[in-house]
Write a protein that binds this ligand. Structure first.
Ligand code: F6R
Length: 618
């Protein structure tokens, strides 16, 4: 979702702001803007891509030594230049403007807006951000300096947000604040920076300070200072650790690939190998992989409650089968945005597992908080971002080491989540004495083989390209799976709809004749996941039902699934049945299918319309 970058340096910072915005593009946005201090504040805003903003910069020859910039993903008010950030407010007549950029949502913006309108503040946009600008301006009118005015203002704001603020009368200086949305400082040799995502700052520094909830920081070219306003306004400076980011610029570069999604699909063997590195090195499975206290907590765990959204939710659905079958632990999987508004019955011995690539998904964070407040004693995060809010909020954690995922459609995050959850299930199985040492060796051997198996699965790309040509003219598609491949069918349908805009639905194949079969005709491609598992014979009957009604079948079978190719039945054969690993391997062709259909249709693969990478608002 929205992205923020701010910079104050000894040289022109406009190229840094622009490069930072480009690095933040993956999060999703619909308009962009910046403001720089150069004999007053100079603001440029545009709807559309950062490249449009670049054209404006060239046209206006914009430059300066300090500035803040933003990519906006519309929440309050349509995408338009008027609603794009930065927003201005004037605090004492001419040449005393402040400019504000903001991520997140201000929940009490209407109340504050009303009050400020009564004080004669004029609102030009439909955004909640403008409320922040006027509120800070109001506090500046009370003769506070910018830093104090920001501290005072954020004490009034409710919601999850990150902001950056500049004052026209103070060039070479800006203030940032965070509460619920990510924000970090970058300490460079040539200046100081702030951004909502480390990837925006790697171009200038690897030295990062992660702000905590309630932190307000002021930056100039040579120094920075942080105070924490969580308990109200204070002047006491707090020290935060300076981290050296391990992210490499290469990890966020496209390299030889056409799209980040393509790059990330092909990175999966490596991403899974990294994620499982510790297991593969020691050749045995140990609870310590999930944290120091994991053994104690796992021994007290009777059930598991998984909370997640979107693709991460699908990973949770697969995990349920593994947890029940391997470890004999009962498991429920909940869509985080639904769970947080129900009255579920909590059980202190049910371990809450929150799954999130970004670790910043607002619904998942809120659902976790809610679960804890209801009485769940322990929680575990499965997450791809070490510095995320989620990682800080659980007792146990397992980092998927997929590397930065830039494509909006999640791919390598999903398969690394699956690998981690499989590991969780066998760890619990071991601790509950449900795993003989022979069985453990076999599982470790299977996990060792997983990167190679994924590599082999990627080799079917040429066959998928042929299928993709047939899909490109379709408007709908059905995806079928049974057992633990049903969530994989759901994930395949999600990938296709989000990047190719083809309407796709997934069904547990046994459900077909309870309704969706009515949709099947020659215009409805039906993708079936057909591993050679215990449910294959059942699935074959379901496929017959489709074939008999003129449906076109696209079957992802195992080498040993024994399904013959015929008129209207297209088969791609993967390797032989991969047992526990099968759902992870069957994910690959579905990702490739979505990718190649999107290519055929010419959609914006990495930035599908209306979507954002990290959904930091409700
Ligand atoms: C789909 C996709 C989303 C995310 C969802 C949760 O390709 O990426 O459905 O999975 O928004 O995001 P995280 O995992 O960051 O919590």
């Amino acid at each position: 979702m929205c992205g923020i970058i701010g910079a104050v340096a000894k040289d022109n910072i406009v190229p840094v702001l622009l490069e930072g915005l480009l690095r933040l593009e993956y999060r999703g946005y619909d308009s962009a803007g910046l403001v720089v201090a150069n004999y007053g504040l100079q603001r440029l805003r545009t709807i559309g891509r950062v490249t449009e903003l670049d054209k404006l910069i060239v046209k206006h020859k914009t430059n300066g030594l300090s500035g803040i910039a933003h990519t906006r993903w519309a929440t309050h008010g349509a995408p338009s230049e008027r609603n794009a950030h930065p927003h201005y407010s004037d605090y004492s007549g001419q040449d005393s403007k402040i400019a504000v950029v903001h991520n997140g949502i201000i929940e009490n913006h209407e109340v504050i807006r009303k009050r400020l309108q009564e004080l004669d503040f004029k609102f030009i946009s439909d955004t909640d951000t403008e409320v922040i600008a006027h509120l800070i301006a109001f506090n500046l009118r009370q003769a506070l300096n910018l830093f104090d005015a920001v501290c005072l203002s954020i004490a009034e704001l409710q919601g999850a947000y990150a902001v950056a603020v500049m004052d026209e009368t103070k060039p070479g200086y800006f203030v940032v604040a965070r509460n619920g949305a990510p924000l970090l400082l970058g300490l460079g040799t040539n200046g100081n920076y702030a951004a909502s995502d480390a990837s925006a700052l790697l171009q200038v520094t690897k030295n990062m300070v992660y702000l905590e909830e309630g932190d307000v920081a002021e930056l100039d070219c040579d120094s920075y200072r942080i105070v924490n306003c969580l308990q109200g306004k204070t002047t006491e400076t707090v020290q935060r650790t300076v981290h050296t980011s391990k992210l490499s610029s290469a990890a966020i570069d496209l390299g030889p690939y056409a799209h980040f999604m393509q790059k990330e699909i092909f990175e999966q063997p490596g991403a899974v190998a990294n994620t499982l590195e510790m297991v593969l090195n020691v050749q045995s499975i140990s609870p310590i992989l999930f944290g120091n206290n994991a053994e104690k907590i796992f021994l007290q765990t009777r059930n598991i409650l998984i909370l997640a959204c979107g693709t991460s939710y699908h990973a949770g659905l697969v995990a349920r089968y593994w947890l029940e079958t391997n470890a004999g632990v009962s498991c429920t999987v909940e869509i985080a945005s639904e769970y947080r508004y129900r009255d579920p019955i909590a059980d202190p011995e049910t371990l809450v597992v929150a799954i999130s690539q970004s670790g910043e998904t607002a619904d998942t964070l809120a659902a976790l908080e809610y679960a804890k407040s209801l009485g769940h004693r322990y929680s575990l995060a499965i997450c791809n971002v070490a510095e995320s809010a989620l990682i800080r909020q659980t007792d146990l954690r397992f980092l998927t080491r997929a590397g930065p995922e830039i494509g909006v459609a999640s791919t390598k995050a999903f398969t690394t989540q699956l690998a981690s959850l499989l590991l969780l299930s066998v760890t619990l199985a071991k601790i509950r004495h449900k795993l003989s040492s022979g069985h453990e060796d076999k599982i470790v051997a299977a996990l060792r083989h997983l990167p190679t198996a994924l590599q082999l699965a990627l080799q079917i790309e040429p066959q998928i390209k042929i299928w993709a040509k047939k899909f490109a003219s379709k408007h709908h598609a059905l995806f079928l799976g049974r057992g633990l491949h049903y969530p994989i069918a759901m994930e395949g349908a999600l990938k296709l709809k989000e990047i190719s805009y083809i309407h796709a639905e997934a069904y547990a194949a046994g459900e077909l004749k309870h309704g969706p079969l009515a949709l099947v005709d020659s215009d409805m491609p039906v993708v079936a996941i057909a591993p050679n598992d215990l449910l294959l014979s059942k699935l074959k009957s379901n496929l017959q039902e489709v074939h008999a009604r003129g449906g076109e079948l696209y079957v992802l079978a195992d080498a040993d699934s024994c399904i013959p190719q015929s008129d209207g039945v297209h088969i791609i054969r993967l390797v032989e049945y991969a047992g526990l690993l099968s759902p992870i391997i069957h994910t690959i062709p579905l990702q490739l299918l979505a990718y190649h259909v999107a290519l055929q249709k010419g959609t914006d693969v990495d930035k599908p319309r209306n979507l954002a990478k990290a959904v930091t608002v409700e």
